[in-house]
Design a protein around this ligand. Structure first.
Ligand SMILES: [Zn+2]
Length: 205
């Protein structure tokens, strides 16, 4: 049956996306634990960002093969707006802490747990490497994962800065960057979707 499907060349094993999802959720769980223990806004933002990936990737990766209904268009819109709102929430709480600090310095060692997020970024990028050769949506997701990874490297450097210099602004600045990056990316997807509709994710080049 699947072989007869006209979009066979677009088919990507669901296992690829599911593996990325499980890895991402596991890393988010570790980071939420670390954020709760160590009081790091950055770690909390990074974990929230990882969870938001599930919505984004559902929008990006499912529609080509499965989505054909009008209701799913509304779901796409709802997911993108929800993620944009989550990103704005991260931005607002980061700015509050940046300009009117009331939290103690986070535990720098617990911020090193962001390395799990980095691992999830790199493993997802690795999983998406093959399908990204033919599909725009996977290429976009892969590029996003690598940018996330770069941001997380800054987070790890930030943990060192906090440990050695005790700078308070580092943690909220990092979480501000995580929130802004997620917001910009989601807004760009939203604009692309408004311009091209569902075709936006189905392009193959
Ligand atoms: Zn991301």
């Amino acid at each position: 049956m699947r072989e007869a499907h006209q979009h066979i060349h677009r088919h990507v094993p669901p296992r690829t996306v599911l593996s990325a999802l499980v890895i991402t959720l596991a890393a988010a769980g570790v980071e939420f634990g670390g954020a709760w223990y160590g009081g790091s806004l950055f770690l909390f933002a990074d974990a929230t960002h990882l969870v938001a990936h599930i919505g984004i990737f559902a929008v990006l990766l499912i529609p080509a093969a499965r989505w054909h209904e009008r209701g799913e268009e509304l779901l796409t819109l709802a997911v993108l707006i929800l993620v944009a709102l989550i990103a704005l929430g991260i931005v607002v709480s980061s700015c509050r802490e940046l300009f009117a600090p009331h939290k103690e310095l986070p535990n720098a060692a617990s911020m090193l747990l962001a390395v799990f997020g980095l691992g999830a970024n790199l493993m997802t990028a690795f999983l998406f490497a093959a399908p990204s050769k033919t599909r725009w949506s996977f290429r976009a997701a892969l590029a996003h994962e690598l940018s996330d990874g770069a941001l997380t490297v800054f987070g790890l450097l930030g943990a060192l800065a906090i440990h050695f210099f005790g700078w308070h602004w580092v943690d909220p600045t990092l979480s501000l960057l995580v929130g802004l990056w997620l917001w910009v990316w989601t807004a760009r997807l939203l604009l692309r979707w408004m311009r091209l509709g569902r075709e936006a994710w189905m392009l193959e080049s």
